[in-house]
Design a protein around this ligand. Structure first.
Ligand code: PLP
Length: 395
């Protein structure tokens, strides 16, 4: 096999070429190595492989696979980390990153506004004797008060779901590193395109590749990015023995996704800004939440941290659930669903779907009002999306 390194080139060049491994056939497109195992030339070679595999050596698909390795190398180059480990889903990545580093008695500080399944993983850690302190992620005083000598890690989503609050990666990392804690960032809403998380202090960055990396809503996948030591000595042993392995076919889909991710995500973010501006001041909306708008509470931080407002918008309808449902049912282009980062625009009513399980009190605390709608902006014509939304809101 030969390696195609694009290290040192720009992100688009890396997204197209980096990490490609070609077999003896010299295939142009990345091959799907749809194989569970690998054949050894001799018993001695098998013995040697099991003693430790090199970067081009594989023994079993749960441990690693050439197609998956291409995806890992490419996303690591784009994220600016030494290495990466691909997983079956975003949650396998979150679970893998946190469980692999923790033991009973450890302490984690986490932002309260987290994806529901991330909260479940933290509850599980608690059951196994890890202490969790929750903070309002936007309040640095709360981080400072909760992080203590011996804290093992901090964990947060850099842009919170669904209310799009921005957490200051650099400031939280400074507090965490002062006590030697690792900074684990779920960076899905920021996307790898706008992420500078590692430059800003993150030690481990996790993605649900199901979202912008796939970009077409086709397959589940996840990835953990970090130092070679963390990925290969901490995360990989946990993942390869507990079974969170990605399918080579899904790795291949994600490689294809990475090729066009930068173009897609930038177009989606440009569209999101135009749509947020067009909706601002609409009489039926109490709020238009978009980090790219100057009236967003953390607009400056968003620009410093990501250089963009991203691809997600939240709008809050004055008249609550009935009005939100009526508007959803009037949409013709934007689909009612719960994925994000797709080429197709998607709208979600968090209070009754993704965040249904939360009590009314917690919903209120997180700003998840009955009229809140979360919109993932896709690749359709911006004007069509603006008309779709205004038609639905005006109805
Ligand atoms: C979707 C998502 C996940 C989980 O990813 P899956 O691929 O669905 O397992 C985790 N965190 C965030 C912020 C997400 O949006």
């Amino acid at each position: 096999m030969t390696d195609d390194s694009a290290k040192g080139f720009g992100p688009r060049t890396q997204a197209v070429h980096h990490g490609t491994r070609r077999s003896q056939y010299g295939e142009m497109a990345e091959a799907i190595f749809m194989t569970q195992g690998f054949v050894y030339d001799s018993a001695e070679q098998a013995e040697k492989r099991f003693q430790g595999t090199g970067p081009d050596e594989f023994i079993y698909a749960r441990y690693g696979n050439p197609t998956s390795r291409m995806f890992e190398d490419r996303i690591a180059a784009l994220e600016g980390t030494e290495d990466a480990f691909a997983t079956a889903s975003g949650m396998a990545a979150v679970n893998g990153a946190l469980f692999s580093m923790c033991s009973a008695g450890d302490h984690i500080v986490a932002a309260r506004a987290l994806f529901g399944s991330c909260l479940y993983v933290l509850d599980l850690l608690q059951r196994f004797g890890v202490q969790i302190s929750y903070v309002d992620g936007t309040d640095l005083d709360q981080w400072q008060a909760a992080i203590r000598p011996g804290t093992k890690a901090v964990f947060f989503e850099s842009v919170s779901n669904p209310t799009l609050e921005i957490i200051d990666i650099q400031a939280v990392s400074d507090l965490a590193h002062a006590v030697g804690a690792l900074v684990v960032v779920d960076n899905v809403f920021a996307t790898p395109v706008f992420s500078k998380a590692v430059q800003q202090g993150a030690d481990v960055v996790v993605y649900s590749a199901t979202k912008h990396i796939d970009g077409g809503g086709r397959a589940l996948a996840g990835v953990i990015c970090g130092t070679r030591q963390f990925i290969r000595e901490v995360a990989e042993p946990y993942l390869k023995h507990t079974g969170g392995a990605i399918s080579p076919f899904h790795s291949w889909l994600m490689l294809n996704g990475l090729t066009t991710m930068e173009l897609r995500v930038r177009a989606q973010a440009d569209s999101a800004l135009a749509i947020a501006k067009a909706l601002q001041g609409h009489p039926r909306l109490a709020r238009v939440i978009y980090p790219g708008l100057t009236d967003h509470a953390q607009h400056e931080l968003a620009m410093r941290q990501m250089g963009s407002g991203g691809t997600m918008i939240a709008i809050d309808m004055h008249e609550g659930k009935a009005a939100a449902f009526a508007a959803l049912d009037k949409l013709r282009i934007i689909k009612i669903s719960n994925n994000l980062g797709d080429a197709k625009s998607i709208v979600t009513h968090p209070a009754t779907t993704t965040h249904q399980r939360l009590t009314d009190e917690v919903k209120a605390q997180l700003g998840i009002t009955p009229g809140l709608l979360r919109i993932s902006i896709g690749l359709e014509d911006t004007q069509d999306l603006i008309e779709d939304l205004t038609r639905a809101l005006d109805a």
